[in-house]
Design a protein around this ligand. Structure first.
Ligand code: CUA
Length: 380
């Protein structure tokens, strides 16, 4: 094949692959870990904004789109007209005289300076209005729920200081509630983003480098369904090898259901079968990095936090692990098989993962899976 047709073939191949992935739709992340979908109402659709913050941003998008559409028409219509009206035939070519020159025409120059200024003001004023809707820390309404968001390579930690809850990768939220996020990072720059809830906010490392985000959570779209509504979140700042696999889910609840989640969270694991009891023992090897409330791992965490300076465990809090829909930062369904693959070799699922493979024998992995997946399942 000639190099040219080879390149053409490659382009055609890429195009057909993209079209196929569009037609296939969103699918689950397990099935199509890297598939894209351009259809509306997908889990990552910013245009289907649900919060006041997301709708404010979309309002600015709409104004900008109208302004640029007017500019486009104002330029392209006279352009097409001029091309057709003043077309020169072959005979006329050579007999043409240059048109009258308008260099230095003050009125013209003033006009084409002032028009873009007016257009930019049209876009800038609503943009400022939306930006300044984000309150300063001291302006946050007293009834707002405070949530600390901490980015880690490559997972998300969520702390609810008022509720004494620390969890990971599932951001539980009550509906119709103002929420104030305090966003930071434990290592490199990440970016907190739930597309349907509005714009991204960088998670910066370092003392005092905290960013904030404030919005009112939306109403449930399907209140008849039990168990909360799931919205996809994604790290939106390149943060290393597994950046694309740094996902999470925001789970929206009815207010009463959220209260129940917050209460049940503090219940100790219910260890029943022999396998689960064995898993509880195996988990002792995991507790230097992970914590489950009301177990020795939580006592160890308290000791670490009491040190000066306080030490933090490296891994996510697994208190309600059994209730989580996904594992490995929202990238795999919480099934026994995926759990096995994850614990056996974390880097095979998330390249560069900081979680080490402990080289546990098969029987130990099965036991710890039973303990984590069943004993820590909280019903709410
Ligand atoms: Cu964290 Cu990208």
């Amino acid at each position: 094949m000639k190099p040219k047709s080879k390149a053409m073939g490659r382009v055609a191949c890429l195009l057909s692959a993209s079209i196929a992935s569009l037609l296939r739709g969103a699918g689950s992340f397990d099935e199509h870990p890297y598939s894209l979908s351009a259809s509306f109402k997908t889990p990552m659709d910013t245009l289907a904004g649900l919060t006041d913050w997301a709708q404010g941003i979309n309002y600015v998008y709409a104004i900008t789109t109208v302004v640029v559409a007017i500019v486009f028409l104002a330029v392209s219509i006279p352009l097409v007209y001029a091309i057709r009206r003043f077309r020169v035939s072959d005979e006329e070519w050579g007999t043409l005289v240059p048109p009258k020159q308008v260099h230095g025409n003050a009125i013209l120059e003033f006009t084409w300076t002032i028009i873009p200024v007016i257009l930019l003001l049209f876009i800038a004023v609503p943009t400022w209005q939306i930006i300044f809707r984000q309150p300063e820390k001291h302006q946050v309404p007293a009834n707002a729920m405070r949530i600390e968001v901490i980015g880690h390579q490559w997972w998300w930690e969520f702390r609810y200081p008022e509720l004494g809850i620390t969890t990971a990768n599932e951001l539980h939220l009550p509906e119709k509630t103002p929420v104030y996020f305090e966003i930071s990072s434990a290592d490199v720059i990440h970016s907190f983003w739930v597309p349907q809830f509005g714009g991204k906010m960088d998670a910066l490392p370092g003392k005092g480098a905290e960013n904030h985000l404030f919005f009112t959570t939306p109403v449930l779209q399907h209140p008849e369904k039990k168990g909360g509504e799931y919205y996809q979140g994604q790290c939106a700042e390149l943060c290393g090898l597994s950046h694309a696999l740094m996902r999470f889910e925001a789970v929206l609840h009815e207010k009463a259901e959220f209260e129940r989640w917050a209460t049940v969270f503090h219940n100790p694991p219910v260890v029943q079968t022999d396998l689960e009891k064995k898993g509880e023992q195996v988990f002792m090897q995991c507790m230097s990095c992970h914590t489950i409330e009301k177990t020795p791992s939580a006592d160890l965490e308290k000791q670490l936090l009491a040190m000066t300076p306080p030490a933090h465990k490296a891994g996510p809090n697994l208190t309600d692990f059994g209730s989580r829909r996904m594992i490995a930062a929202g990238t795999r369904h919480n099934t026994a098989e995926n759990f096995h693959d994850w614990v056996h070799d974390p880097s095979s699922i998330k390249p560069g993962s900081k979680m080490v493979s402990l080289g546990l024998p098969q029987a130990d992995i099965e036991a710890v899976a039973a303990y984590l997946r069943y004993s820590t399942a909280k019903t709410y």
